[in-house]
Structures are given as structure tokens and as C-alpha cells.
Write a protein that binds this ligand. Structure first.
Ligand SMILES: [Ca+2]
Ligand SMILES: [Ca+2]
Ligand SMILES: [Ca+2]
Ligand SMILES: [Ca+2]
Length: 404
């Protein structure tokens, strides 16, 4: 028995050393959580009136971040510490269109030019169709901690991961929606056709939708979810406004009217959270029916130009659908955790002046700076003299490096 105890203690010591050195593969940080109203708001996660935002964020972390748990107990008269890696496998809901969460790892995610990371949702397929089921796509934005303060802040750059629908003519890239806080005590207007909808004028919204028939509407309340749908810690806000890209509606009713409706939400090709079931293997698997993950190489700037990022520090996920499906309610992206596929990858040391990131400073980098200047926007590698903008002085800086 003495021998067993020694082995246990030895292995525990080794584990401590490993876990304190290595980067964790899972999400460890939730920086911001600002959901739109929805039927799972205030329950996923549970929140109360006036709750401080730090407490709300802690609830989100408990739902979607991984952690190391240590348990110390007595084993044959000796104190033994057991270490468990815990994958938090609950989830949070982002509510209606635009609701978002900003998360991160305990390290930058390095661009390895393949599938780099995964964010999990709770999508599942219907057995009535091969095209979808409950697929509620959220768009992924990636952020770089440009100002180096370790948190998402005004000085940081953000890029959209251009998924399969980025260039689709029905994707509206400049969408903005505003929700209006409801009076929880007002007279309800139940649906005349669907008994599960007990207030069809619950939460009003307006938007700049290019379709004039879709510029305003209501989020209904249903009998399955009776808590307030407005975030309870945001009771002082009269309105909530969200902006981003909006994907076309993906829901089809394969059933009848009202309570007999059978909604199927079709999945899109690739590049969205909660769009396909999570990959149980937790590693990239091209061509499977699971979400294979996300590539940092998909990042584009506000002009749609490849961002050529070496790494990212933050990930923002927002619901990209403004869609209401009868008794199953509004379409809402859920976030259930995430993983960096290569947490121990080393950040490449950037070469000043290597604007096109091919490993050397040549005339082609001058052309790359010129391209950025003509097309507008900001590309970090093109800001060769690091003054926060890309202009002629950066061309001169590359020339200096070449002739030096
Ligand atoms: Ca920052
Ligand atoms: Ca979902
Ligand atoms: Ca170069
Ligand atoms: Ca510059």
C-alpha cells in the first residue's frame, strides 16, 4: 500500500508541473456578454435584477470556460491532491439578432493556416431532412490586442471571419437593430392561431433591413418561458442596439400552422457557430457533418480584404439571424465553450517590413503597402513604422529596410 501512495503522489506532482506550464486548450475568459432579448435570457445563464456585470460574466465563465479543479483528501493517512480537468459543458444564449459574447483563451491563438480553433454551440439535425434541424448561425469576429493592454479595448482591431455566406447577395453587412424594453405589466396580446404565444407584441424592434417589410416587428413571448426576456441586469437601458452582418433567414416550416408547425433551420456551408453539431473528436475533421472549426485565415478587414493575421487574442460571437419561428421562438445562437486546436503553438517573431508575410523584406512588400493605402483601412503588418496608420511614410520605411 505504501508503494501505491508514492506513485499517486509522484504522478500528481508531475501533473502540477505540466498544467502550470502549458497553455490551456479551452476558453478561460469571458470579457463581455451583451445578449439581445430572448426566451433563454436570464436562464442561460441564470441572472437576477440589478446583478453586477462582473457577476454575470462569472456565471458565463462557469458555463463555457474550462478549468483545473484540485481536490485534496486523505488517503491512508497521507494528504493527496487530485487534479481534474473540467470541460464546462453548459451554455449561454445570445438571444435575438446581434446579441454577443466576447471570449478568450489564456494565450494568443496562433494562425497555423489550417483550422485553428472551435467554438461550440448546441446545433442538432432533424431526422426529417438532411439539410438542417436546429441550426442557429452566429458570426465570429476575431480581435487583436493592438494596444497590448490584455483586454478588448477601443484601440484594438477586429476582423470578421468570412464564412460561406459572406459574399451571398442576401447577406446585409451594415445591419442595425434596436430593441425596446417592454413593460412587463402591460396587457398581453395572445396569438389567435397559436396558443403557445401569449404575447405577440412583447418586445418591439426596429431595423434598417433592406427589405422594407422587415424593418420592424415584435419578439413574442411564449408559454414555455415565463421569465422576463430583457436582460435583468440591463433594466436601466430603454433600448438595446446591435450592429453587424445579418444572414438570410434559414428556417422552413415543414409542418402545419400554429401549434402544428415543424420548423427546420438549415445549416450554412461553413464558418459559423451553432450552425452544425459540435465535433466530438475536438480536432479538425474536414468534410464531416460536424463543425470542423474556424481558420484565422478567413479573417477580413472592413473592406473584405484578407487580414493576414499571425494570431488573435479575442473572439466575439454574435447571433446573425433575425428570425422568428412560431412556437419554437426566435432563432438564437448558443455558445457552449471552445478550444484552441494547437494551444502550444509558438507565435512567429514578426519581421518588420515583411508586409505580405512571406518571410523576407523585398520590393513586393512596397507593393503590399501601396495596396493597403489605395484600398483604405488598416493592416497591422503594413504599419511598418508603427505609428497607427498606413501611409507613404511606411513605404519609405520599407525602402530603408531594403537598402540598408
Ligand atoms: Ca486591448
Ligand atoms: Ca442553438
Ligand atoms: Ca515580404
Ligand atoms: Ca505607419
Amino acid at each position: 500500500m505504501k508503494k501505491i501512495r508514492t506513485i499517486l503522489l509522484a504522478s500528481v506532482t508531475m501533473l502540477v508541473a505540466l498544467t502550470s506550464l502549458a497553455n490551456h486548450p479551452w476558453l478561460t475568459r469571458v470579457y463581455q456578454y451583451r445578449p439581445a432579448p430572448g426566451q433563454f435570457i436570464n436562464t442561460l445563464p441564470a441572472c437576477r435584477v440589478g446583478e453586477p456585470i462582473d457577476s454575470v460574466l462569472a456565471r458565463c465563465r462557469a458555463s463555457i470556460c474550462g478549468r483545473i479543479d484540485t481536490t485534496t483528501f486523505t488517503f491512508h493517512g497521507e494528504l493527496v491532491t487530485r487534479i481534474d480537468t473540467v470541460w464546462a459543458e453548459s451554455m449561454i444564449s445570445l438571444g435575438g439578432y446581434g446579441g454577443y459574447v466576447v471570449v478568450g483563451f489564456d494565450h494568443p491563438v496562433v494562425n497555423m493556416h489550417g483550422y485553428d480553433f472551435e467554438i461550440w454551440g448546441n446545433a442538432f439535425y432533424s431526422d426529417q431532412t438532411s439539410n438542417g434541424g436546429s441550426c442557429e448561425p452566429g458570426i465570429v469576429m476575431v480581435g487583436v490586442d493592438s494596444d497590448g493592454d490584455g483586454v478588448p479595448s477601443d484601440g484594438d482591431r477586429w476582423y470578421e471571419l468570412a464564412g460561406s455566406e459572406y459574399g451571398h447577395p442576401s447577406t446585409q453587412h451594415d445591419y442595425t437593430i434596436t430593441y425596446y424594453r417592454p413593460d412587463e405589466n402591460k396587457q398581453r396580446t395572445p396569438s389567435t392561431t397559436d396558443p403557445s404565444l401569449n404575447d405577440t407584441t412583447y418586445i418591439r424592434w426596429t431595423s434598417n433591413d433592406v427589405n422594407p417589410d422587415s424593418t420592424s416587428g415584435y419578439m413574442s413571448r411564449n408559454t414555455f418561458h415565463n421569465q422576463p426576456y430583457w436582460p435583468l441586469w440591463l433594466q436601466d437601458e430603454e433600448t438595446l442596439t446591435f450592429s453587424g452582418a445579418k444572414l438570410r433567414c434559414n428556417a422552413f416550416n415543414m409542418g402545419g400552422a400554429g401549434a402544428n408547425a415543424y420548423f427546420v433551420l438549415n445549416y450554412f456551408g461553413w464558418g459559423y457557430v451553432d450552425n452544425m453539431p459540435n465535433n466530438p473528436a475536438r480536432r479538425p475533421q474536414e468534410g464531416t457533418v460536424y463543425n470542423p472549426g474556424f481558420k484565422i485565415d478567413w479573417a477580413v478587414d472592413e473592406n473584405g480584404r484578407p487580414a493576414n493575421l499571425t494570431h488573435i487574442d479575442f473572439v466575439k460571437i454574435y447571433n446573425a439571424e433575425n428570425q422568428y419561428c412560431g412556437w419554437i421562438g426566435e432563432t438564437s445562437t448558443e455558445v457552449a465553450g471552445g478550444i484552441d486546436y494547437h494551444p502550444d503553438a509558438e507565435l512567429p517573431v514578426p519581421i518588420t517590413g515583411d508586409v505580405n508575410l512571406d518571410g523576407e523584406v523585398t520590393v513586393s512588400d512596397i507593393n503590399a503597402v501601396v495596396d493597403v493605402i489605395f484600398q483604405g483601412g488598416y493592416v497591422a503588418a503594413a504599419d511598418v513604422n508603427r505609428d497607427g496608420e498606413v501611409n507613404v511614410s511606411d513605404i519609405n520605411a520599407v525602402v530603408d529596410l531594403i537598402v540598408r
